[in-house]
Design a protein around this ligand. Structure first.
Ligand code: ZN
Ligand code: ZN
Length: 188
């Protein structure tokens, strides 16, 4: 099995590795893959992503095509993050399409393209993780917001505007008036 020796690091039992041994190498042959797997760490961006260990729901199909295997379907999972304006927590659901072609080793595609252009089967195995990371990360907003019109934080006191009374301001008060208003308060 010379193929396996080239990539001894791919573990067929890993949740993000697909086994194609049972998929006939005949164009049109199909296999559905339905799995729920724990999310790997660092799946996302700085402000939003899939929490490590959260359930990634993969609904995919593997299809034999002439030069390899086309994997397509959808990835769903919970998302957690922070609003880029008010910094309050956000929870959302990720639902992204996935489509990636993996060339057979020694196919024409394999011999004529770079490994970072087109995915490769490694023996009978497909490593989903790199393309899955791309699909997830590209679907995320670099600057997520809790809602479109989130007013953000008060620039003076740093409290989310949503949690402050309407008309909240920090008017510059003349120190003499400030002293006076303090006296008034203590009189009451
Ligand atoms: Zn917000
Ligand atoms: Zn304020």
């Amino acid at each position: 099995m010379p193929h396996q020796q080239q990539h001894p690091h791919l573990d067929p039992r890993s949740p993000l590795v697909l086994e194609t041994r049972d998929l006939p190498r005949r164009p049109g042959a199909l296999h559905a893959v339905s799995r729920k797997v724990p999310a790997p760490k660092d799946l996302g961006l700085e402000l939003i992503g899939v929490p490590q260990g959260a359930e990634l729901d993969l609904q995919l199909r593997m299809e034999s095509v002439s030069e390899g295997v086309l994997v397509s379907g959808t990835i769903t999972s919970p998302l957690a993050g922070e609003c880029g304006r008010c910094l309050r927590p956000i929870s959302d659901t990720l639902d992204v399409p996935f489509q990636e072609f993996y060339a057979y080793q020694h196919s024409t595609t394999d011999e004529t393209t770079d490994e970072d252009e087109v995915g490769r089967l490694q023996g009978d195995l497909i490593d989903l993780e790199p393309a899955l990371r791309d699909a997830v990360v590209l679907s995320l907003a670099a600057n997520p917001v809790c809602r479109e019109d989130c007013p953000g934080l008060c620039p003076e006191c740093g409290v989310p505007m949503d949690e402050l009374p309407a008309g909240h301001t920090h008017e510059q008060v003349d120190p003499r008036w400030a002293a006076l208003s303090q006296m008034k308060t203590s009189e009451e």
